[in-house]
Design a protein around this ligand. Structure first.
Ligand SMILES: [Zn+2]
Length: 211
């Protein structure tokens, strides 16, 4: 269809300094997310609409991320091979590394001096934090590749650097799988895993739109 004026805002589409109509795909996009049913939008009236949509997505993003952070641990990360009765497809290897803080060696030696003291606690907390970060990383990679569990996970702890600048490195590698029969999971896990997958898909969509 040919227009002289934008059907949405009435801006002239002819002549110098005029606006252009948006491509149909953009029009559909705006209509869908704002629950509108307009025939067309021009470059002028679409810009506040597009930023309104981007804002909604941005707001959802932090909600989705914090929810994901709460429930991501429902994706199992196991050191064992899968339980024998599980039917699954192998997706592939997933790996993660975390390098945590400085002064690891100092804290380690302190923990030997005072075996049950605060030094040992601090070190343990550091290791636990790095380990959890690695696990979360494996889980996100697994989900993004269509998986829902990680088996045969191997974990390595290494010190890198020398003297007081020592850092702790945690490395993890496992095999991402897609368990095809979800009844292998408990009901609560099953629902939560489905929610995790949906939230991850949303985040991926947001990352594509909000740039
Ligand atoms: Zn317009």
């Amino acid at each position: 269809m040919n227009y002289d004026k934008c059907p949405n805002c009435g801006k002239s589409l002819n002549g110098f300094l005029s606006a252009d109509l948006l491509l149909q795909s953009k029009v559909d996009f705006i209509n869908k997310h704002l629950n509108e049913n307009k025939e067309a939008y021009c470059t002028k009236c679409s810009s506040p609409l597009l930023s309104k949509i981007a804002d909604t997505f941005r707001k959802q993003k932090s909600d989705i991320e914090s929810r994901l952070q709460q429930i991501i641990h429902y994706i199992p990360v196991m050191t064992s091979p899968s339980p024998t009765k599980w039917d699954y497809e192998v997706i592939g290897m997933v790996t993660a590394q975390t390098t945590s803080g400085t002064g690891f060696a100092t804290e380690l030696s302190r923990s030997f001096n005072d075996f049950f003291g605060s030094g040992s606690n601090a070190t343990n907390q550091k290791i636990a934090r790095a380990t959890n970060l690695c696990k979360a990383d494996l889980r996100v990679q697994c989900i993004r590749q269509g998986g829902n569990a990680i088996i045969s996970t191997d974990i390595d702890f290494n010190e890198i650097g020398a003297g007081s600048t020592n850092m702790l490195m945690v490395c993890m590698a496992g095999t991402a799988i897609r368990v095809t029969d979800m009844t292998n999971f408990s009901i609560k896990s099953r629902d939560t895993i489905i929610e995790i997958i949906e939230l991850t898909e949303k985040l991926e969509a947001i990352a594509e739109i909000v740039k």
